[in-house]
Design a binder for this molecule. Sequence first.
Ligand SMILES: [Zn+2]
Length: 152
Amino acid sequence: MIEQKYFFGRKSKACLEQCHPDLRRIHELAIKSIPVDYGIHEAHRDRETQLAYFLDGKSRLDPRKPEHRKKSKHLRLPAEATDFHSSEKGTTWHRPTLSFIAGYLMCAADLLYNAGEIEHRLRWGGDWDMDGQISVDQSFDDFPHLELYKPQ
Ligand SMILES: [Zn+2]
């Protein structure tokens, strides 16, 4: 049995409360054994915040456009997306560390999915098309972003 090393803080817990149950279960499974400390800083996002991110270039989805609103899983409530960061010193946005955390979470999602306990897998902003090519074949990277999707 692996002893749990890290626990979610108040902010991460508040984010998880806004999340779709599948997303919550994935994070709750991962935190039990992940060897890198991480936190969640955003789940649900209102339209004003989404617009600010869009205008700032942090997001490609413009909430003034209905088709973009439909796409954004942060705008949904319960939220179907979370943005995470590393809580290890000096690595908050360190891409290799974020990649490690994302991989761990995607694995947790697949374990739950294969056991029939959840209905979604995770899509990661470091590899939007999920082809295993991280960052190199896409024009917009969002390494802290993970969202639920339903496999066909
Ligand atoms: Zn995001």
